[in-house]
Design a protein around this ligand. Structure first.
Ligand code: ADP
Ligand code: ZN
Length: 734
């Protein structure tokens, strides 16, 4: 055995300073030669529980992993830490398999990954019996259970493996949270109760929110803009929905691709690859997408339709934030979506299965309409007790206690609905309330109404939110159909007549208050304030390094490490070695390149000064400051604009891409920051045409404006800049 202490190996090989619970106990149990079952959520750090012991044992550690597509990634990641790992699966030609087996026999390999079907190959069994096996790790152990969501018959080969090597310790790992499956794993593998390690299934870095589907498009766009360039999955119900939505997003200038089982294999493979390599940020998918994806930095998972169960929801949202950094899960909910799921449920032939599916769907519906903490509901569904009052990371908790006196605004909204004849949709009503100069307003003579412009002090998203709450309270009704209209319900009339008072939750505006939720994260240094501009540069370097090696960017370093760098700004190899995830090998390999980028960024920007770690206390819990410090990178852009520099000059000098700079401008314009934009505008006549197009089509979406103008002639960037400028000058319609 290698007698270095586990903690020393943790730093030197993996670059981490301390264990997460219950890693240390599991590792001790494994090293003592006993069996273990580790039940930990995604991102909980399961792999380390066998990878670290593997480095201490003399013989090899055999890892059974069901997903051939992911084996290479895992092996690459280990190799990049200087750990001798290999895999054997059907993608390798026989000669390569022989080569790997030869290396194993010569003792040159510490960790060997194989797919379960390999265990049935006689030659492989002979090979195994001739080598020194120290540990068997069974990843995704729930695949052995028929109760699980992805039962794999090949996993039954594992029982034979146990019998062949009765004295070799086994560690089984899974992120499946249902008790039934856990028990089944224990039985199937013959593991003993005392060695079950369970950690909480809470995913503290994920925030959960449910939004009304009635106006999902606007909210979706604003979510996506907020997560610009970050990996996002949008789950849809049908193949057609994925294609339509992806096309709509493209028309908005967003880079999105559909993904579903009906696409040919080559297209699917390419789409996955583009996503994993950070070339396409948004995937619009059916639930067919995700199994083969191990991307650690998915920051947003949207459910465009209701999932069929909380199990499915937990699993699909679970793909967000595997790296522990704050990530969002948003469900768009309309009660009408229930019908789509019911349709499938009704086709289940077996009566008890059908009933079961119905019950699961009911739980999902309950979750979507919950007046209390969503995290608590989710965890309690999986049999875990949750005692905190306020999780600080779901929409319900984040808004609780934030009521305001909504009497006046409710009166205004209801009056506007009545005055316009109860035959218009939410967009039109809001335009009236905010005094828009939209053509349709003029056409219907709504400018003359007494309610015209009486709610200018609320933003559009805020009004949408309040209208949603009025609906939920039963004061307003929305008709069904493709163009739903608003009407005042009897209790709404009563409210007006009797001059009742009303308290509502403070409305959210995704564009204004960004803090719509993110739970507490594990206290990694990287989850604190960091310089975003620097982070983007580090990302660009990572991508370059990854492309040169033909691996995905996360195989180089994870976002966690880059954020840590952008927060503490290391200036020497010594300081660089303190970055989380940087062990000895990565220090040598990448340290100089990253340090170089950090140095030139600091010179070009006169910054950043080192930031301190700020923790703030919410509900007695430590909570990371979610909002990264945006100030400096934005200020620099503003300053350079005021010097009359062009977008491309700024981008070049700052080593950023142009679209990032334009993004800065849009953000600042949205917030009313004064900017010097005059020198960036198109010729007067062109600008006038753009202004006219916004006047006709509204300014919320680019797609229609672009089409109106003729897509050939205008670029998105031109529209984006013009929009920011017109917004500043108050020349945009609503
Ligand atoms: P899981 O398999 O449970 O989803 P992983 O094993 O992929 O999770 O671990 C998630 C991430 O956390 C990986 O980047 C891993 O290297 C990292 N990690 C694991 N343990 C620690 C630790 N003790 N300190 C810091 N990072 C860790
Ligand atoms: Zn909550």
């Amino acid at each position: 055995m290698n007698d270095s202490a586990p903690l020393a190996i943790l730093k030197s090989r993996f670059g981490y300073d301390s264990f997460w619970s219950p890693q240390e106990e599991i590792i001790a149990n494994v090293l003592a030669g006993r069996d273990s079952l580790a039940l930990m959520p995604t991102g909980g750090g399961k792999s380390l529980c066998y990878q670290l012991p593997a480095l201490i044992f003399d013989g090899i550690t055999l890892v059974i992993s069901p997903l051939i597509a992911l084996m290479k990634d895992q092996v690459d990641a280990l190799n990049s830490n200087g750990i001798a790992a290999r895999f054997i699966n059907s993608t390798l030609p026989a000669s390569a398999i022989n080569g790997v087996q030869e290396q194993v026999r010569r003792g040159q390999v510490k960790i060997l990954y194989v797919a379960p079907e390999r265990l049935a190959v006689p030659g492989f069994r002979r090979f195994l019996s001739a080598v020194k096996l120290s540990l068997i790790a069974i990843d995704e152990a729930h695949c052995i259970s028929e109760w699980g969501h992805d039962f794999r018959p090949d996993y039954r080969n594992l029982r034979q493996l146990r019998q062949d090597f009765p004295s070799v310790p086994v560690i089984a790992l899974t992120a499946t949270a249902t008790p039934q499956v856990r028990d089944d794993i224990i039985v199937q593998l013959g593991l003993q109760q005392g060695q079950v390690f369970v950690s909480s299934f809470n995913r503290p870095n994920l925030s959960y929110s449910v939004l009304p589907k009635g106006d999902y498009w606007m909210r979706l766009l604003s979510l996506l803009r907020r997560h610009m360039h970050q990996s996002t999955i949008i789950y849809c119900f049908s193949r057609k929905e994925t294609e339509d939505l992806a096309a709509d997003l493209k028309a908005e200038g967003l880079s999105a691709r559909p993904y579903h089982a009906g696409l040919d294999g080559e297209t699917r493979r390419r789409t996955q690859e583009e996503f994993v390599r950070d070339r396409v940020p948004i995937i619009v998918a059916t639930i067919a997408f995700g199994m083969g994806i191990n991307k650690p930095d998915i920051r947003l998972v949207v459910h465009h339709s209701l999932p069929k169960s909380l199990e499915a929801y937990y699993q699909e949202t679970g793909r967000a934030g595997r790296d522990g950094l704050p990530s969002e899960c948003v469900l768009f909910f309309a009660y009408a979506d229930k019908a789509k799921q019911d349709f499938f449920i009704n086709q289940i032939e077996d009566a008890s299965e059908r009933r079961n599916a119905g019950l699961k769907l009911d739980k999902m519906l309950e979750f979507a309409q919950l007046p209390t903490c969503r995290r608590r509901f989710l965890l309690e569904y999986f049999g875990e007790r949750w005692t905190e009052d306020n999780c600080g990371g779901c929409d319900v908790c984040l808004r609780s206690g934030e009521e305001f006196d909504a009497t006046e605004i409710a009166q205004k909204i209801l009056s506007a609905v009545i005055r316009t004849g109860e035959r218009f949709g939410i967009t039109h009503v809001i335009r009236v309330l905010r005094g828009s100069r939209d053509k349709r307003i003029l056409q219907f003579g709504h400018r003359q109404l007494s309610v015209y412009g009486i709610a200018r002090d609320y933003t559009r998203p805020q009004l949408r939110d309040i209208i949603g709450q009025l609906e939920a309270r039963g004061l307003l009704m929305r008709s069904d159909g493709e163009y739903p209209t608003l009407a005042v319900a009897p209790s709404g009339r009563e409210f007006l007549r009797e001059r009742q008072t009303l308290a509502l939750l403070r409305p959210t505006d995704p564009d204004v208050d960004r803090d719509t939720g993110a739970g507490r994260t594990r206290k990694t240094p990287a989850a604190t304030e960091y310089d975003e501009g620097l982070f983007e540069e580090l990302r660009a370097l990572r991508r370059q390094l990854a492309d040169a090696r033909d691996v995905p960017p996360f195989a180089i370093l994870w976002d966690v490490s880059l954020r840590h760098m952008a927060a503490v700004v290391p200036r020497s190899m010594e300081e660089f070695s303190g970055i989380t995830g940087v062990g000895e090998v990565k220090l040598e390999q990448y340290g100089p390149r990253f340090l170089e980028v950090i140095r030139s960024y600091a010179e070009a920007n006169d910054r950043p000064e080192r930031t301190s770690v700020v923790q703030r206390s919410v509900g007695g819990q430590e909570r990371e400051r979610r909002q990264p410090r945006r100030g400096n990178t934005y200020d620099i852009t503003r300053e350079m604009l005021s010097q009359g520099l062009s977008i491309s000059q700024i981008a070049r000098q700052r080593g950023m891409v142009e679209t990032t700079i334009i993004g800065h401008i849009e953000r600042m314009a949205d917030r009313g920051v004064a900017l010097e934009l005059g020198h960036l505008l198109p010729a007067e006549e062109r600008l006038a045409r753009i202004e006219e197009a916004f006047g006709v089509c509204g300014s919320a979406f680019f797609g229609p404006v672009w089409e109106f103008l003729g897509v050939e002639e205008f670029t998105y960037d031109e529209l984006r800049l013009a929009r920011a400028y017109l917004l500043q000058k108050g020349r945009l319609p609503d």
